[in-house]
Design a protein around this ligand. Structure first.
Ligand SMILES: [Zn+2]
Length: 129
C-alpha cells in the first residue's frame, strides 16, 4: 500500500483536518505526493512572482492557517498526463463525499483543474460557504 513520504506528510500536516482526512484515504487507493500545503507570505510572494499563483498574500486558500488548499500530484509525477490528475481529483472527491455523508468531515472541495482562468491540476481547495 502506498504511503506518504516524510516530506509529503510534513506538508499535509499544514492543511485543514478535512484535507488530511481525505488524503489519508486517497493514499490507500493511489500513490500521490503532497507538493504544497500552507504557504507563508514569502512563499506566496515567490509563487505569485513565478506565475504559479494569481493570488497576492493573504488571498490564496494556501495562506490560511491551517491551509484550506493542498497541491497533490500522482506519483511518479508526469506533468504531461492530465488524465491522471483528473483521476486523482475524482477519487479525492468521491472519498470526500463518503466522509461527509458519514459526518467525519464537514467540507466540500473544488478542483483547480476546473478553474477557467488558470487551470491548476494539482490544486484542491475547500469550497467556502
Ligand atoms: Zn494550490
Amino acid at each position: 500500500m502506498p504511503a506518504f513520504s516524510k516530506k509529503s506528510e510534513a506538508l499535509l500536516l499544514t492543511c485543514h483536518p478535512d484535507i488530511v482526512a481525505v488524503c489519508r484515504e486517497l493514499i490507500k487507493q493511489m500513490d500521490v505526493s503532497v507538493l504544497c500545503g500552507r504557504r507563508t507570505r514569502a512563499e506566496q510572494d515567490a509563487a505569485y512572482k513565478a506565475g504559479s499563483s494569481r493570488a497576492r498574500y493573504p488571498q490564496s486558500a494556501h495562506n490560511r492557517v491551517p491551509s484550506h488548499a493542498v497541491d497533490l500530484a500522482p506519483y511518479p509525477i508526469d506533468w504531461s498526463n492530465q488524465e491522471r490528475f483528473k483521476e486523482m481529483w475524482l477519487r479525492f472527491d468521491a472519498i470526500a463525499r463518503v466522509l461527509k455523508t458519514r459526518g467525519e468531515i464537514v467540507s466540500e472541495f473544488i478542483w483547480g483543474g476546473d478553474f477557467k482562468t488558470l487551470k491548476d491540476c494539482p490544486h484542491i481547495e475547500i469550497k467556502e460557504k
